[in-house]
Design a protein around this ligand. Structure first.
Ligand code: TYM
Length: 348
């Protein structure tokens, strides 16, 4: 591979998709619609896909070791239950491929303190708390994320809206590395943020993201919830007394209503306009039961399959181990070349 600057960015890189999920809690409907469902669609488009359970990122905040093991297996089960297959994608947990941590260190030396200080997730996670007590790993988190992606020369990264800034930083790190060393070694990765569910909001507050770390369980649908719980949470979701409008403009100041329309659209594989075409003029007394039925219809088979898979943790570990071997085979030559470019002696 010639490391001379190319005129068309990424033209010399084979299309490859990489994305990751933190196993720091149970998976939510936000993770499913914003990530898992789209990951499986990508794998089925015939592009090489690599998906990673980022356990090294998870420990940037305290994780109970037993809980982390269980959540990592559960997230793997979530991927498989959502349709990820060994034939079409590589699935593994980050800590098993040591090159992530090694390239992460190199990128810690490329990224600037000022860049990290501007990360909104760092600011949000330390807001109102003593930032002095946050781990150094939490501060460096986005640099390890850049390493996850660039270790595979990934060209496209499907994520939810909340990861946009981290992906911009990944591009900045690739650009600075290429510039500083006078090479064209890392691709300038494209974020893929598309569809009706790039930002699924809390069921209790339409201005906050649905999150596994929200203290209120009623704010989210967990991929481990049974059918009754899913239906109950949707029936109880916060809404307003107005009927649904004819266009999305009519939802501009109605965050809770907009969120439920987005969720419906993403689950049904429709556009928001199509959903409003079917429900304009109807109130939530009609819309919520339909949404509850749709959510149960789409999510229950996944929940059931996840539970079945969780009965055999050894099989999940085997799948992750085999995935790690395949990931490592792609990562090692890229890490070695990076170290050579940076001037490290390679004597074996
Ligand atoms: P994480 O674990 O918070 O979320 C995993 C994926 O789910 C998406 N997501 C959502 N999408 C829509 N609505 C929501 N409410 C919602 N909540 C979460 C996220 O956008 C993400 O795509 N930093 C990443 C993990 C990571 C990563 C990477 C991602 C580490 N290395 C490399 C891509 C590439 C994170 O914390 O995701």
């Amino acid at each position: 591979m010639a490391d001379t600057p190319a005129t068309t960015p990424n033209a010399k890189f084979k299309p490859r998709i990489f994305s990751g999920i933190q196993p720091s809690g149970g998976l939510t409907l936000g993770n499913y619609l914003g990530a898992l469902k789209r990951f499986v669609e990508k794998q089925d488009e015939g592009i090489e896909t690599i998906y990673c359970l980022v356990d090294l990122h998870a420990i940037t905040v305290w994780q109970d070791p037993d809980a982390l093991r269980r959540q990592t297996r559960e997230a793997a089960a979530g991927f498989i239950a959502a349709g990820s297959t060994r034939k079409r994608s590589i699935l593994f947990n980050q800590s098993q491929v040591s090159a992530h941590a090694e390239l992460g260190w190199v990128f810690n030396c490329v990224a600037r303190m000022g860049w990290m200080n501007r990360m909104t997730q760092w600011k949000d996670k330390t807001a109102g708390k003593d930032a002095e007590k946050a781990s150094l790993g939490l501060f460096a988190y986005p640099s390890l994320m850049a390493a996850d992606i660039l270790l595979y020369h990934a060209t496209h990264v499907p994520v939810g809206e909340d990861q946009r800034q981290h992906l911009e930083l990944t591009r900045d790190i690739a650009t600075k590395f290429n510039h500083d060393y006078g090479v064209d070694f890392f691709p300038i990765t494209e974020p893929v943020i598309e569809g009706a569910a790039t930002r699924v909001m809390s069921l209790r507050d339409g201005t906050r993201k649905m999150s596994k770390s929200d203290p209120s369980d009623a704010s989210r649908i967990n991929l481990t919830d049974d059918a009754d719980t899913i239906a109950k949470k949707i029936r109880k979701a916060k809404t307003d007394a107005e009927p649904l409008p004819e266009t999305m403009d009519g939802l501009a100041d109605r965050p809770e209503a907009k969120n439920l329309v987005n969720i419906y659209a993403a689950l049904a594989g429709m556009t928001q306009a199509e959903v409003l075409g079917d429900y304009a003029g109807q109130g939530f007394g009609v819309f919520k039961p339909r949404l509850a039925d749709l959510a149960v219809e789409k999510l229950s088979p996944i929940t059931t399959r996840m539970q079945d898979l969780m009965q055999d943790p050894a099989e999940i570990d085997r799948i992750l181990g085999a995935g790690a071997d395949r990931a490592d085979a792609i990562a090692q030559p890229i890490l070695k070349r990076t170290l050579e470019i940076a001037g490290m002696i390679r004597s074996r």
